[in-house]
Write a protein that binds this ligand. Structure first.
Ligand code: MTE
Ligand code: MO
Length: 300
């Protein structure tokens, strides 16, 4: 796999200093168990410098709160995230409507530092906290006839001003093939930088699929359905010529209106050079096997 070398060094930037210091202390003491916060999953984390908490929580896409990049940070405080229930249904052994605490019960929460690449050709590096989706699916028992997973976001126009307008066909929905959903990289995030997920990032739980364009990573999930047919996803429904079901990051398959060959890393400043986008966002070694024999320019 072609590994991208970051053009920034730790000394060149000012990331979450306290966070990095805490990590450095932890590494030195080997005392992860003594400090609050989940342990970093080394095999699942990139070595790149994470974006600052500031960047991650102030430059967002969450159309339920408006279409501007700063609308979610301004408006998402209106959302009530406690109590929160998730309906899990379809082809599962234990369907039901679960309180968030019951969803999380028994699932190990890890920290994973993932690249995040938006279809609009910007990117970040985010230290997520969350659980592997496969662990939840194992817990509820996936039946043999299930082939896809469908996800749905909350509809609550009283608290989500964007939903009072027909910007998208609400609710926001997404889907994964079952093998993508079961892949160990597929995360359900509940936090960032060891803090609860800020509302603008999809509290209290959202999907993170690091080898796919950001719009697959659906926020504020209230329903997970196991089914035989490929589910519709909001952006494909919006414009099927421009957005597909798979939406794998692929520098060789351009969006009809712009190139996907390079990306702008948020937070680098105005004069930072664009960097090459990596096949499957740099996760090619782990996920290429899922798409063997497929024509990725057709199944985009
Ligand atoms: N429910 C919902 N989920 C969503 C979106 C949205 O508008 N609504 N936007 C998507 C897009 S386009 C991106 S790039 C990511 C942005 O996640 P972030 O704001 O945490 O960086 O969320 C995705 N999940
Ligand atoms: Mo996006």
């Amino acid at each position: 796999m072609a590994r991208w070398t970051p053009d920034l060094k730790y000394s060149d930037i000012t990331p979450e200093r306290t966070y990095l210091n805490r990590r450095a202390v932890l590494a030195g003491l080997g005392a992860a168990g003594l400090v609050a916060g989940p342990a970093r999953a080394a095999g699942f984390s990139v070595e790149e410098v994470p974006n600052s908490f500031e960047d991650i929580t102030n430059y967002n896409n969450f159309y339920e709160f408006g279409t501007g990049k700063d609308d979610p940070a301004r408006n998402a405080h209106m959302l009530t995230t406690d109590p929160w229930a998730v309906q899990i249904d379809g082809l599962v052994d234990k369907p039901g409507t679960y309180d968030l605490a019951d969803v999380l019960d028994g699932l190990p929460i890890e920290e994973r530092v993932y690249r995040f690449r938006c279809v609009e050709a910007w990117s970040m590096v985010v230290p997520w906290n969350g659980f592997q989706l496969s662990h939840l699916l194992d817990k509820v028992g996936v039946q043999p006839s299930a082939r896809y997973v469908r996800f749905e976001t909350l509809v609550r126009p009283e608290e989500m001003p964007g939903q009072r307008r027909a910007i998208l066909d609400w609710p926001y929905v997404e889907g994964l093939r079952l093998d993508e959903a079961m892949h160990p990289l597929t995360l359900v995030a509940t936090g960032i930088y060891g803090k609860d997920l800020p509302n603008q990032n999809g509290a209290p739980l959202r999907l993170v699929v690091p080898w796919k364009y950001g719009f697959k990573s659906i926020k504020s999930i209230v329903r997970i359905t196991l089914q035989t047919d490929q589910p519709m996803n909001t952006w494909k429904d919006q414009n099927h010529r421009e957005y597909g079901f798979y939406s794998n990051v692929n520098p060789q398959v351009d969006h009809p209106r712009w190139s996907q060959a390079t990306e702008r890393r948020i937070g680098g400043g105005l004069f930072t050079k664009r960097q090459p986008t990596l096949m499957f966002n740099g996760y090619e070694d782990q996920v290429a096997g899922l798409y063997k024999g497929m024509d990725l320019s057709q199944d985009f």
